[in-house]
Design a protein around this ligand. Structure first.
Ligand SMILES: [Zn+2]
Length: 584
């Protein structure tokens, strides 16, 4: 895929800032370019520019460095390419959505060139999250506000208040999952008064994890109490279904979700990811919604929930990449639903922005009963066989001390009938997997998706995964968040956990299994290519998709605590700026 550098570029060696700080020609200045990009899109409610653009028929391909021969050039950076040699470059040139040059001191020359002087800032490839639930996040009722980065009640208040500033008065401000009160210094929910003080003009509900507990401000509590939710005197709402958090969530879904609000939520979710540097999401589905109060944050309709994202794609407003796995949970041993999916859908089909994946993170059968008995359910066994027969990719999750054994043994039996060794089957999370089973999965051609989900509420007994053991093993391994219910999306929090073994409460719970910053960043970028089945993404190399993140600090030099504060000041996907904090 390598593309020859054009005559507009030359390798000028390491150049000084002064000689590179502006374009050679009269193209847009960096500031003009960014201002134009921001103005062209509808301003996102998270305060970041939306990726929408009114300047062309295909704005998601309309990069600086588009068909007109213009280039987007970054100079004077610490650009960690994550290529096989670990190259650190100082400059990159982007053209037609791909990296056209990666090197030391490339110079501008074209008539429509935009040059960005990074002034030594750290750049990494766009983060690939190989297992998350971004589609659930995009379908939340209300103006969902991630609280995963708040370390105290004051930061909760500030986060909610900042969000409310961009939301019409009277609209619901919500946080549906993705945080745990253990991450706050106070280890409690905000009080009703604290929520009222922060957000006086909106009803508010913040709900922890899958199904609460939750807390509401005065306005929110009044509305919910009038609609069958039991709300305590301080706005507290118990976890669970009827009368409690599940009832509140159902009420909000029934009254707030429309095609328009879902679409807005989908755009917000992708914009939030871009603000963290996540440029590719591999979504892993939802528990099938029942429309009852027993539904939690992870429930949605697996057959319609992608529509808002597909609408954004169709209208050229989707800026970051979405890959879609199909989750299947039916309990019928004949698995008719799964068979229909395998017959009527295509794996790994689509374009650069949206593409299908495989089956996962469940194949069939009730996950809560799946491995309770002596062996997996008939639905799981039959479904797994059908996926192998169809030649699809398959992904399951493992959470217990024994389920990984049942899954891998089951996959070995299937492999004897329909070989899966070329299909890249994945086991995700694996907090307690052993070396023996890592090797058995490796022999099946499988891989492991690791996550720092224990960061929020993990303990010494509930710790893992064994990062060190697995990385040393050499089995295909990648990194994911498993956000947005029990875990944050923020990849830098997961990198903090993977490299320190310390949870959000500050307790060392995964000692001996820490990996290096270089290793975990590689898992989140280059090594996640294997999970996507794509080879032109995840590293900053000539010919690859031009996805990169300019960080607000030096990832490799900040303190461990400082890792939690890493985010993106500028995110580029396919050569297009999709997040700009305005500081570069
Ligand atoms: Zn998951």
């Amino acid at each position: 895929m390598a593309e020859e550098p054009t005559r507009h570029q030359d390798e000028a060696g390491e150049s000084s800032e002064g000689s590179e700080s502006k374009p050679d020609h009269g193209g847009l200045s960096r500031r003009q370019f960014i201002a134009g990009a921001a103005a062209a899109g509808a301003a996102g409610v998270l305060g970041v520019p939306s990726v929408a653009s009114a300047t062309g028929p295909t704005p998601y391909l309309q990069v600086t460095g588009g068909d007109d021969g213009s280039d987007l050039i970054f100079i004077n950076g610490e650009i960690h390419t994550m290529d096989d040699d670990g190259t650190v470059a100082s400059s990159v040139t982007i053209r037609n959505g791909r990296f056209a040059n990666v090197g030391q001191g490339a110079r501008a020359g074209g008539p429509n060139t935009t040059v960005v002087n990074l002034k030594g800032r750290t750049v990494v490839p766009g983060i690939i999250d190989n297992h998350n639930h971004i589609v659930l996040m995009g379908n939340r009722p209300g103006f969902h506000t991630p609280l995963e980065n708040a370390n105290s009640i004051a930061e909760v208040q500030a986060t909610l208040a900042a969000r409310a500033a961009g939301v019409p008065s009277g609209e619901w401000i919500t946080t549906i999952g993705g945080f745990n009160i253990l991450q706050f210094a106070e280890s409690r929910f905000p009080t009703k008064t604290e929520l009222d003080d922060a957000i006086p003009d909106h009803p508010v509900l913040v709900s922890q994890s899958f199904s609460g507990p939750a807390a509401a401000n005065s306005a929110g509590a009044a509305i919910l109490a009038a609609n069958g939710v039991t709300v305590g005197p301080d706005g507290e709402i118990a976890s669970g279904g009827a009368g409690a958090t599940g009832e509140a969530l159902l009420f909000l879904r029934q009254t707030l979700l429309t095609p328009g609000t879902r679409r807005r939520g989908a755009a917000d979710a992708m914009a939030y990811g871009a603000s963290l540097g996540v440029t590719t999401h591999l979504d892993q589905g939802a528990f099938q919604a029942t429309g009852e109060p027993s539904d939690g944050a992870a429930h949605e309709d697996n057959f319609t929930m992608h529509i808002p994202f597909l609408e954004l794609y169709r209208s050229r407003e989707l800026g970051t990449r979405l890959r879609i796995n199909f989750l299947n949970l039916e309990e019928d041993p004949e698995t008719p639903q799964l068979i229909a999916r395998l017959k009527n859908a295509f794996p790994f089909f689509g374009g650069d922005l949206v593409k299908t994946g495989g089956i996962g993170e469940f194949t069939a059968g009730n996950p809560f009963e799946l491995f309770q008995g002596p062996e997996p359910s008939e639905a799981w066994k039959n479904g797994t066989l059908r996926v192998a027969e169809a030649g699809w990719r398959n992904e399951n999750h493992s959470l217990s001390g024994s389920d990984f054994m049942a899954i891998i043994e089951g996959w070995e039996e299937v492999n004897a009938q329909f070989p899966i060794t070329d299909l890249r089957w994945v086991l995700a999370h694996v907090p307690f997997i052993t070396d023996e089973y890592v090797n058995r999965l490796k022999a099946l051609g499988g891989g492991l998706s690791l996550t720092g989900w224990r960061y929020l509420s993990g303990t010494l007994a509930g710790n893992g995964p064994p990062f060190r053991t697995i990385v040393d093993n050499g089995i295909p391994t990648g990194m994911s968040s498993d956000g947005m219910q029990i875990a944050p999306m923020n990849p830098w929090l997961h990198m903090f956990y993977a490299t320190t073994g310390v949870n959000a409460a500050g307790d060392l719970i995964n000692d001996g299994q820490q990996i290096s910053r270089e290793e975990v960043l590689r898992l989140y970028t280059a090594d996640n290519r294997w999970f996507l089945g794509e080879d032109d993404i995840g590293t900053i190399e000539v010919g690859h998709h031009a996805d990169l993140v300019v960080l607000n600090g030096d990832y490799f030099a900040v303190s461990d605590e400082g890792l939690k504060d890493i985010n993106s000041v500028l995110t580029v996907v396919g050569g297009k700026v999709v997040h700009d904090a305005g500081v570069v």
